[in-house]
Ligand binder design. Sequence first.
Ligand code: KG4
Ligand code: ZN
Length: 344
Amino acid sequence: MTVVLGIETSCDETAVGIVKDGKTILTNLLASHVDAHKSFGGVFPEISSRRHFDLLLPLVKEALDEASLTFSNIDVIAVANRPGLMGSLLMGVNCAKSLAYALNIPIVSVNHIEAHLYAAMMSENDFTVPSLGLIASGGHTTLVNIMGINEYEVIGQSVDDSVGEAFDKVGRLLDIPYPAGPKMEELARGGDCRRFDFGDTRLKTDPFSFSYSGLKTKALYLLKGQNRSSKDETILPQDQFSDFAASFQEHALTPLVLAAKNACLEFGISKVYIGGGVSCNQRFREIFDNLMPKHVLVVWPKKGLCLDNGAMIAGLGYQNFLKSGQKGENLSLTAFPSGKCLSL
Ligand code: KG4
Ligand code: ZN
């Protein structure tokens, strides 16, 4: 039995999870900083780093208590070290290295985006390869062919904003505070998703890649008037906001499902793993149900594993630990802020 403590600090949530043998979640705790960023309309990196500094060690202690464990029960420390905000990642990485050194146990690094896919794989007894992965988060919109753990081929991605970012930015135009995704979904409920046409976010030149800038501009012009700016007054009547949100949501999500469907057909794949915060969206799941051929199984992360969390880091950390021949990595490991794709 191997117990891994996973640390996730890539953005605006401090998260700690403890997982046994890559699958069994013993605890999964989160301390969000969302409130601290609200007035900025997005994540303020320096505030995020400071919050991680304050929150992380107490959260590690709380996670151990909640799982009725002590440090002596932890076999491996796993930490998300890429991609993300540099200052935030470094908080997690330095804490993880200190713990591994003090406890004299191995440390492994984890790609946060890959972990979002592992969050869906965790609920299965055996993950199937080859399969398709779709990451729909606040930082990434990426389609990958999955050949195995750490073996991914990016087949498409957003060339500008991510789908989650589009939800956040369009929500902001409606004065919905960051992160606007959940509230936008709520506003869309009962709205007419055919009322407004936002076009297709898939690139004409590459059907597995996306651009969300056109969708955002259309949203702006619908709300404020043609060629207006975000500071201008909203002219769309309030009783049409629900139709607006439903149409936006439909046009933001449907192209992702169509691209995933076409990729499955083209590559002969019958299983899709979905990951990232946007996978919380219930309409996203309905569109998949409606459009995906029935022979394709779509696997979603369980509740508590869609958004950033420590359990997915601990889970994938276990797999990385096995891949390292149960040795782990050198304590010189560090953080990497960038990386559009998985193969860093
Ligand atoms: O994966 P995540 O927790 O963080 C990143 O790695 O980026 O994703 C956060 C993103 C935010 O953009 C948030 O607005 C979006 O996920 N999100 C949603 C919903 N819940 C969270 N977007 C649409 N519908 C939702 N219900
Ligand atoms: Zn994430």
